[in-house]
Design a binder for this molecule. Structure first.
Ligand code: ADP
Ligand code: MG
Length: 658
C-alpha cells in the first residue's frame, strides 16, 4: 500500500523523481529497492569520487553487479548530465544497447527515447537536448567522433564490456578532451594492463592547472558481487535430470544452430510424456525481434522452467535472472581474418578459459548452480587457451585504417594500440587501400576518400542511395567534367540547361552521367555536349574503384531510383560544415558561411549561379577576385541539424532569422 511504502526504510526513492501514479510509484519503489541491493550500490560514493578526481576510472565487477545499468544513473544523480551534457555508455552489441537502455528508462520511470535513449546503426531513439543518458554501440560512438573528434557533448563516456576490445574501442582510447571522463568497465578485464596503458604519458590528457582538470593516473575499483559457488560437471559425468527449479542457459554458437535446437526441443515438447513439456524454450541472439527479446527477460511462469538458448551475448552483455544451470558447448562464433588469403570469416571456434569461467558464472547469480561443460576436463586444463584473441588481432583492418585516417591519425604503423594487430594484417590493409586508390604514395588519404566524401558515402549507404552517391563522389574527385570553354560561356550555359537540376550541381552530374551511359559512353555525345570525354572515362574508373572499396567494407550498392531527397541528405551528412545562407539577393548574390560568416558567391560554372537558393552547401572554394563556391547544392536548413546536431547547436547557434 502506498503510505506504507513511503514510510518504508527504503522509501527515500521519491526524491529522485516523481512517479505519476500509485501503480507507478509501487513499481518504482520496488525497482528502487532492487537497485539498492545490487553489489555496485555499496560503491556508489567511491565510484563518483573516482570519476570526479580521475580522467580514467576502471571498474571491474562480475556480470550482474549493476555496472551497466547503475553507473550512468549515479552519474546523472551526481550532476554529470547538467548544463546540456550527456552521459554515454557504449556496448559492443546492438541487442545489449536496446535491452539496457529500456531497463534504465524503466528504473528511472521515464519513456525510452526521452531522458534515456539509445543509438545503434539505423536506429536513433534519442531526443537531442532531452536525452541525458545515452547507450550506443562503440561503432556509433566512433562515427560521432568523425564529426566531432572531441566528443564535445559528452561529460562522461563509459566504455562497457571493455574485455571485448573491439576495434572501435581500441580506437576510442586514443585521443581525448582533458575534462572528458572515461570509465572503462568490464567483468574480466585485465585491469593492470589497462591501467598501465592509460598511465603511459602519451595517453594522459594534457595537464593544465585548474581545479576541474582530473588526475591523469587512472583509478581502479573492484565492485565484488556475492556470486554463489557453481559446481562444474564435465561431459563424462552422467546426469539424468535437473531436479530443483531454476532456468537453464545453453551456450551455442549462432542463430542457425540456436533455431535448430529450439525446433528440436519444441518438437520433443509436443510428444506426450515428453521431458521438454514443462520447459519454455527461448532463443537469444542479436537481431532477435523485440517481442522475443522481452520474453527472455520476463519472469518465468509458475511451474515452468525457462531454457534460454543463446549465443555468447549472454556471456557478459546481458544479465538473465533466475538462471541456475548452464550448458556450455565450448564454442562461439568468432571473426577471423587471414591476411595471406585476404579473407575474413565468421567461424565457429573454441572459446577461451576466461569465457568458459564467465559462462559458468552465469549459473551462480541467484543461488548455487551447476554448469555442464560439453568437453572434457583434460581439454579444459591442457588445451583451452587462457584468453581470447582481441578483435584487433583477428580482423581485416581495411575499414579501421580508413577510420583512423579520417580522424587525422596518419602514422598508423607507429600507432600505440592496446593490443597491436599483426603487422602482416596492417601491411595488407595498407596495400589494399593503396591499390584501391584510397591512399596515395605517402600513405595519406587521397581526395577519393577525404573525410567529407567518406562520410557522404557512408551516409549514402544508410539512405539507400550509394549507387548515385558514388557517381557524385567520382565527379567531385576530378577537376571538371566540362570542356574548357573560354569565351563561349553562352553556349556552355545553354548546354548546361539540358542537364540542369533544380536541386543543384550534384544532381546535375547524375543527369550527365545517365546521358553518357545512354549514349553508349560515346565520345561524340560528349563533344556535342561540351563534356570532357577523358574526364568521363576517369569518372567510370573511379566509380569502379569505389565499388570495390564498398564491397570490401561490406556495403551493398543500392539505387534510390528517383528519390533525390535521399541523395541530398547523404551529401549534407558529409558536407554539413560547408553550409551557407544567402545574405544579399541579386545577379550573383552574396552568401555567408554559417561556420565563420565569410562572404562567398556561387561560382559561374554552377547551375545555381543565377538561381541563388536561400540555403546551400558547397564542395570547395576557389579564390579569384572573390571567394567562389564550387559544386553547389540547394538544401533545407533542417537537414543540417538532422545531420550534425552537435555542430549546429553547440558551436554555431542558428542565425536568429531561422
Ligand atoms: P552488469 O553490467 O554489472 O553486468 P547490469 O547493470 O547489466 O549488471 O545488471 C544489473 C541488474 O539489473 C541485473 O541483476 C538484472 O537483474 C537487472 N537487469 C538488467 N537488465 C535487465 C533487463 N533488461 N530486464 C530486467 N532486469 C534487468
Ligand atoms: Mg554490463
Amino acid at each position: 500500500e502506498r503510505p506504507q511504502l513511503l514510510d518504508d526504510e527504503e522509501g527515500g526513492v521519491i526524491f529522485f523523481s516523481a512517479p505519476s501514479s500509485a501503480a507507478g510509484l509501487y513499481g518504482y519503489a520496488n525497482l528502487e529497492r532492487q537497485r539498492q541491493r545490487l553489489p555496485v550500490y555499496k560503491f556508489r560514493t567511491a565510484i563518483l569520487y573516482l570519476v570526479e578526481k580521475h580522467a580514467t576510472s576502471i571498474v571491474v565487477g562480475e556480470t550482474g553487479s549493476g555496472k551497466t545499468t547503475q553507473i550512468p544513473q549515479y552519474l546523472k544523480e551526481a550532476g554529470w548530465a547538467e548544463g546540456g551534457r550527456v552521459i554515454a555508455c557504449t556496448q559492443p552489441r546492438r541487442l545489449a544497447v536496446q535491452s539496457v537502455a529500456s531497463r534504465v528508462a524503466e528504473e528511472m520511470g521515464v519513456k525510452l527515447g526521452e531522458e534515456v535513449g539509445y543509438t545503434i546503426r539505423f536506429e536513433d531513439v534519442t531526443n537531442p537536448g532531452v536525452t541525458v543518458i545515452k547507450f550506443l554501440t562503440d561503432g556509433v560512438l566512433l562515427r560521432e567522433m568523425m564529426d566531432d573528434p572531441l566528443l564535445t557533448k559528452y561529460s562522461v563516456i563509459m566504455v562497457d564490456e571493455a574485455h571485448e576490445r573491439s576495434l572501435s574501442t581500441d580506437t576510442l582510447f586514443q585521443r581525448r578532451r582533458p575534462d572528458l571522463r572515461l570509465i572503462i568497465s568490464s567483468a574480466t578485464i585485465e585491469a593492470k594492463s589497462m591501467s598501465a596503458f592509460f598511465s603511459s604519458s602519451k595517453k594522459r590528457p594534457i595537464q593544465v592547472p585548474g581545479d576541474h582538470i582530473p588526475e591523469a593516473v587512472p583509478a581502479i575499483i573492484s565492485v565484488e558481487g556475492k556470486g554463489f559457488p557453481v559446481e562444474i560437471h564435465y561431459s563424462e559425468e552422467s546426469f539424468s535430470n535437473y531436479e530443483p527449479a531454476g532456468d537453464i542457459l545453453v551456450f551455442l554458437t549462432g542463430q542457425d544452430d540456436i533455431e535448430a535446437a529450439v525446433r528440436l526441443l519444441m518438437e520433443d515438447g509436443q510428444a506426450p510424456e515428453s521431458r521438454s513439456s514443462g520447459l519454455l524454450i527461448l532463443p537469444l541472439y542479436s537481431g532477435l525481434p523485440r517481442a522475443e527479446q522481452d520474453l527472455v527477460f520476463s519472469p518465468t511462469p509458475k511451474g515452468k522452467r525457462k531454457v534460454i538458448i543463446s549465443t555468447n551475448i549472454a556471456e557478459t552483455s546481458l544479465t538473465l535472472e533466475g538462471v541456475v544451470y548452464v550448458v556450455d558447448s565450448g564454442f562461439s562464433k568468432q571473426r577471423f581474418y587471414n591476411p595471406i588469403s585476404d579473407i575474413e570469416n565468421l567461424v565457429v571456434a573454441p572459446i577461451s578459459k576466461a569465457s568458459a569461467r564467465q559462462r559458468a558464472g552465469r549459473a551462480g547469480r541467484v543461488r548455487p548452480g551447476k554448469c555442464f561443460r560439453l568437453y572434457t576436463e583434460e581439454y579444459f586444463v591442457k588445451e583451452m587457451p587462457n584468453e581470447g584473441i582481441p578483435e584487433m588481432q583477428r580482423s581485416n583492418l581495411v575499414s579501421c585504417v580508413i577510420q583512423l585516417k579520417s580522424l587525422g591519425i596518419d602514422n598508423i604503423l607507429g600507432f600505440d594500440w592496446i593490443s597491436p594487430p599483426a603487422p602482416e594484417s596492417m601491411i595488407r590493409a595498407l596495400e589494399v587501400l593503396y591499390s584501391l586508390g584510397v591512399l596515395d604514395d605517402d600513405a595519406k588519404l587521397t581526395t577519393l576518400l577525404d573525410p567529407m566524401i567518406s562520410k557522404m558515402i557512408l551516409s549514402a549507404n544508410e539512405y539507400g542511395c550509394s549507387e548515385e552517391v558514388i557517381t557524385i563522389a567520382a565527379v567531385l574527385s576530378i577537376q571538371s567534367i566540362w570542356v574548357s570553354m573560354r569565351g563561349a560561356q553562352r553556349e556552355l550555359d545553354d548546354v548546361k540547361l539540358r542537364f540542369a537540376a533544380a536541386e543543384g550541381d550534384h544532381i546535375t552530374y547524375l543527369n550527365i552521367y545517365k546521358g553518357f551511359l545512354n549514349s553508349g559512353k560515346s565520345p561524340q555525345w560528349c563533344h556535342k555536349n561540351f563534356i570532357n570525354y577523358q574526364a568521363m572515362k576517369k569518372v567510370l574508373e573511379i566509380r569502379e574503384q569505389l565499388i570495390k572499396l564498398l564491397k570490401r567494407l561490406g556495403m551493398i550498392l543500392k539505387s534510390c531510383e528517383k528519390d533525390t531527397l535521399a541523395i541530398r541528405k547523404a551529401i549534407v551528412a558529409g558536407f554539413f560544415a560547408h553550409a551557407c545562407r544567402l545574405e544579399t539577393f541579386g545577379q550573383n548574390g552574396m552568401y555567408k558561411t554559417l561556420r565563420s560568416s565569410q562572404e562567398v558567391h556561387i561560382h559561374p560554372s554552377s547551375v545555381l549561379f543565377r538561381v541563388n537558393p536561400k540555403w546551400v552547401i558547397y564542395n570547395s572554394i576557389v579564390s579569384t577576385d572573390r571567394q567562389y563556391m564550387r559544386h553547389v547544392l540547394a538544401i533545407d536548413p533542417s537537414w543540417l541539424t538532422e545531420a550534425a546536431p552537435h555542430f549546429y547547436q553547440l558551436q554555431k547557434p542558428y542565425p536568429a532569422a531561422y
